[in-house]
Design a protein around this ligand. Structure first.
Ligand SMILES: [Zn+2]
Length: 93
């Protein structure tokens, strides 16, 4: 199967093959994160949701989890980024 140069652990690892249902982020994560790091995040996500009492039915709750995920996976966005960076949306094409 395909391997990926993982930005999270710095190793080349097995690519994620299953759907993540993450919309625009999905392609980026699959291109940059190996399966074992993703599994670690899945464990961490449960802790984040419990720790912050995240309501996933809430857009702000989902946004918080998204930020924690990007920080954990080292996808280049700081968790405390400014409002400007927060609202920035790169062009899709
Ligand atoms: Zn990795």
């Amino acid at each position: 199967m395909a391997d990926v140069a993982c930005v999270t652990c710095g190793e080349t690892g097995e690519a994620i093959a299953t759907p993540l249902f993450l919309g625009k982020l999905e392609a980026e994560i699959k291109a940059k994160v190996c399966l074992s790091c993703w599994k670690k995040w899945e464990g961490m996500r449960v802790m984040v949701i419990n720790e912050y009492h995240v309501n996933l039915g809430d857009e702000s709750g989902r946004e918080l989890v998204r930020k924690q995920m990007k920080a954990f996976l080292k996808l280049g966005e700081q968790a405390d980024s400014s409002k400007v960076a927060e609202n920035y949306r790169p062009p899709t094409n």
